[in-house]
Design a binder for this molecule. Structure first.
Ligand code: ADE
Length: 442
């Protein structure tokens, strides 16, 4: 496989590819790397490759003509000298590395490794004349959401990542299989001798005992679990796309939705003046949130009010529908309804039934409420709570929202729901349904 780098700084490319895995692969002839310099395709005394942008603005833009000529020369390397002009010679795949490109992924890296010849075009300055992209670029790739001072380091990243998949480059055929991203998960932690490491003046760090147990099945299960947990903690975006196998499910806690409870809190909440009040029960809040809770497979729906008569009323409404012969489909939903005099009572009930206290998550329409509490996007909360066996309790406030100062049990806050207007007065039923869908919807 051949890589040709089009760059005005060829001296950046060569040394980085002389050593290590890529260096050995070049020596062995598994891959070849060369460079083409657009300055060699200029005709003026200064070998000018850049010019000021039309329309004004800071910086310089790489000129089209030298770059087009350099790309044409780079791509021509894939045409065997013996081929007739119109022969179906293997064509080079021309990639522009740019922060405006599509993010490079491991899946794309594998596909690129099957190509015979890749031309990597490196920009410098503010960018390149757009017509070069139209005329001579097949694909634009970014190596991450940050800006380098030129494409050379990005081109080196692409070469290194792709070369590892070219047959004969990595010693052991399987050694890229276990690695981070190959299976959509980050890699598990690795250890080597010594078994106990003592930092001067510090604690002794030992290798997890399971790795020295000799039990290969247990080691494989431990590693898999570590990979899943790491991915959940560090990369909620990858975790959201991860589909556990039947074997994975045995390593993980039960599905998060089945250990999630919703609480509709009538006290302590605030009114429009900020005073702490107790709101009164609303019939359709009981129905609609019970139906949402069943739709998303929750473990329970708790109506929280310190007023005994209101709790009786909620229990009575639920019981009416449970007993109604024609309300069968609602009966299942309303069977999720429980009543409690306080948030603390709900926490105690969940702790008793699950054997562990719940992780308590608050919701609010206001960005400033629950100051100091860690905020999570729904997919972040799903990843974090998905690998931790604790149950989840989501608090929904009635009135003008939860009275944050009076609810110290809250350890996480879900970011407020935002629509497209500045009018933000969703009913608690709607907000609850939207949050459940963001957390658990498929
Ligand atoms: N050139 C400058 N920054 C880059 C990035 N993040 N990815 C690819 N090419 C680049």
């Amino acid at each position: 496989m051949r890589f040709t780098v089009v760059t005005i700084l060829p001296e950046l490319i060569e040394p980085a590819l002389a050593a290590g895995v890529v260096g050995r692969a070049r020596e062995a002839g598994a891959i070849a790397v060369d460079t083409v310099n657009p300055r060699d395709f200029t005709s003026d005394r200064h070998r000018t490759v850049d010019d000021t942008p039309y329309g004004g603005g800071p910086g310089m833009v790489m000129k089209a003509e030298p770059l087009l000529a350099a790309i044409a020369r780079a791509a021509a390397v894939s045409v065997p000298a013996s081929a007739p002009d119109d022969a179906a010679a293997p064509r080079a795949h021309r990639i522009l590395v740019t922060p405006a490109g599509t993010p490079l992924t491991q899946a794309r890296v594998r596909e690129l490794a099957a190509l015979p010849h890749i031309v990597l075009v490196c920009g410098r300055y503010e960018g390149i004349d757009e017509r070069v992209i139209e005329l001579a670029i097949d694909e634009q790739l970014s190596i991450g959401d940050y800006v380098l001072s030129g494409g050379e380091l990005a081109a080196l990243v692409v070469i290194d990542a792709v070369a590892r998949h070219v047959p004969g480059v990595l010693g052991e055929a399987s050694s890229d299989e276990d690695e981070s991203h190959s299976a959509g998960l980050l890699e598990y932690p690795q250890y080597t001798r010594p078994v106990a490491l003592r930092e001067p003046g510090g604690a002794e760090l030992t290798v997890p005992a399971i790795l020295t147990s000799g039990n290969h099945a247990a080691i494989a299960a431990w590693r898999r679990r570590q990979a899943i947990e790491r991915t959940a903690q560090r990369r909620p975006d990858l975790f959201a796309r991860f589909r556990p196998t039947a074997a994975d499910r045995k390593l993980l806690p039960p599905a998060l939705h089945a250990r999630t409870h919703l609480a509709l809190v009538h006290h302590p909440v605030t009114d429009r003046t900020g005073s702490v009040v107790t709101t009164s029960l609303t019939n359709f809040d009981i129905h609609d949130l019970a139906r949402s809770s069943l739709t998303y497979g929750l473990a329970g729906y708790h109506i929280v009010t310190p007023i005994a008569a209101q709790r009786d009323k909620a229990a009575h409404i639920a019981a009416l529908w449970i007993a109604d012969a024609h309300g069968e489909h609602r009966a299942r939903a309303l069977a999720l309804v429980r009543t409690a005099e306080s948030i603390e009572a709900v926490i105690a009930e969940i702790a008793a039934s699950h054997g562990t206290a719940p992780r308590v998550v608050a919701t609010s329409a206001r960005t400033g409420s629950f100051p100091g509490v860690a905020r999570r996007a729904p997919e972040e909360l799903r990843a974090e709570a998905g690998v931790d066996p604790a149950p989840l309790l989501i608090l929904l406030g009635t009135g003008w929202g939860l009275a944050d100062a009076l609810i110290p049990s809250v350890s996480r806050m879900l970011a407020p729901i935002e629509g497209t207007s500045d009018w933000n007065h969703l009913s608690v039923r709607s907000a609850g349904a939207i949050l459940l869908d963001r957390l658990f919807g498929r």
